[in-house]
Design a protein. Structure first.
Length: 150
């Protein structure tokens, strides 16, 4: 999966959460959970976009940690929605799976970038004359997508 595909995927996730929250019952409990879930879900894509514009590999690692944290938080709020019986668990199954997958993708990407950072920075960014990264972290294929089955 490349950077543009992951940007699209994180935005689609946020939009699905927005639609879910719009259909929740109107009560104090649902409102509190919906606000937290909306904040976390929209933050996943926003922070990933920020990671793609990271100024250094260390900055990329820090921003991907935020993506991982927010995606994991989405999973928590989705669990609460199901366990509080505000939403039927089967209605949340696909969203919860996507939150878990986004958490895993962000974590794997962060770990890969961090290991490259600790390898002595041999993969530091190179800037083109326009100021854009020629080898930025988001210009590479996802490590998860590149793994081969045993």
């Amino acid at each position: 999966m490349n950077a543009e595909e992951l940007k699209t995927r994180t935005k689609a996730f946020a939009l699905r959460v927005i639609r879910l929250c719009g259909g929740l019952p109107r009560n104090v409990t649902a409102d509190v959970i919906a606000r937290q879930l909306l904040r976390a879900a929209t933050s996943v894509g926003a922070n990933y976009r920020a990671a793609c514009r990271a100024r250094s590999r260390a900055d990329f690692v820090a921003k991907m940690a935020l993506v991982e944290e927010e995606a994991d938080e989405c999973g928590y709020w989705l669990e609460l929605l199901a366990e509080s019986e505000l939403v039927k668990p089967r209605r949340l199954a696909e969203l919860a799976a996507e939150a878990n997958e986004l958490t895993a993708v962000a974590g794997a990407s962060r770990k890969t970038a961090r290991s490259r950072l600790s390898d002595g920075g041999s993969n530091d960014h190179r800037r083109t004359p326009s100021g854009r990264d020629s080898q930025g972290p988001c210009n590479r294929q996802s490590t998860i997508a590149n793994r081969q089955s045993p």
